[in-house]
Design a protein around this ligand. Structure first.
Ligand code: ASP
Ligand code: MG
Length: 301
């Protein structure tokens, strides 16, 4: 099967979580062609948004402190996730390129004391730019060939509606089928940072909060995937919020229309546009748990 696997931030909230994700991807890659899409590490997008608020409030000290913590967290994760010293060194070098760019951006915004919607998208896209490398290098440690790409690199082209962009599907389809087709033919597992793309002028754009789900379905549509799995910390779609209703039951199968309604009104936040790219090609989606891999979750068709 050609499979798109999307991992949410709570599936990547510790070094052992990341190793667990890599182990599962590596095992699925034995019999399937896999494209991984990942969110930022749990909490990082919130931190980046907080930095932008601090900049606008002219609170340089806290902005710098929060940024330092974000950077420290990723370096710590890199150190604790990867055992091989060669792979760890390569990962830290790769992270450092993004870290330098992020620091430069925050310095510029701090001088200006303002964050436009365009700058905000650029800033908050860094969560996924950093997490995709942690996942990709963890796969390499498991002897899998893998490359990390951000939304712009993979070829997601959007309109310039910053903070809530939409993909330009015709251009995106041509670019993504080229980049991912070439990697898959070489048996390289692409790990794509979700949430962001770039407009036709090359400015970074995002799809809005929770947008990595949307990245995953856009990619699934562009490569004609057989299935897409949204991996998270819940069993699947439930009859009610299990935190509130004790005997809430897992739904084995729902229609796209039902899932769209649940995405709008349910407790599990699925990005509202997630299902759009799947409808015309009728690509089945599974909503399933990262931690309980034997559970088939919910099939959305
Ligand atoms: N990292 C982004 C967010 O927290 C996108 C996502 O996780 O889907 O909203
Ligand atoms: Mg990256």
């Amino acid at each position: 099967m050609k499979l798109v696997l999307k991992y949410g931030g709570t599936s990547l909230s510790s070094p052992s979580d990341i190793r667990n994700v890599a182990k599962n991807v590596a095992s699925l890659a034995k019999n399937n062609e896999i494209v991984v899409v990942c969110s930022a590490i749990d909490g990082v997008t919130d931190d980046l948004i907080r930095i932008s608020t601090m900049i606008e409030q002219r609170n340089k000290n806290d902005a710098t402190k929060t940024l330092d913590n974000v950077i420290k967290k990723h370096k710590q994760f890199a150190n604790q996730t990867i055992k091989s010293s060669t792979i760890k060194k390569q990962l830290l070098e790769k992270l450092n390129i993004d870290v330098l760019e992020l620091q430069e951006l925050v310095r510029g915004l701090t001088l200006l004391k303002e964050v436009s919607t365009r700058s905000l998208d650029y800033l908050i896209s860094f969560g996924e730019r950093l997490s995709d490398d942690l996942v990709s290098f963890s796969l390499q440690e498991l002897k899998k060939k893998s490359t990390a790409l951000n939304g712009k690199e993979v070829g997601i082209v959007t309109d310039s509606n910053f903070g809530e962009s939409r993909p330009l599907m015709d251009t995106t389809r041509i670019r993504i089928s080229k980049t991912l087709g070439s990697l898959l033919s070489k048996k390289i597992i692409p790990v794509v940072g979700g949430f962001a793309g770039a407009d036709q002028h090359g400015n970074v754009t995002t799809f809005g909060r929770g947008g990595s789900d949307y990245t995953a379905t856009i990619i699934a549509s562009c490569i004609n995937a057989d299935e897409i799995w949204l991996m998270s910390d819940v069993e699947g779609l439930m009859t009610a919020d299990p935190k509130l209703v004790k005997n809430a039951k897992l739904l084995k199968e729902v229609s796209y229309a039902e899932a769209i309604e649940m995405a709008q009104f349910g407790a599990k936040q699925i990005h509202p546009k997630t299902f759009e790219p799947l409808l015309s090609k009728k690509i089945p989606m599974r909503v399933r748990s990262t931690f309980d891999v034997k559970n088939n979750g919910t099939l959305v068709t």
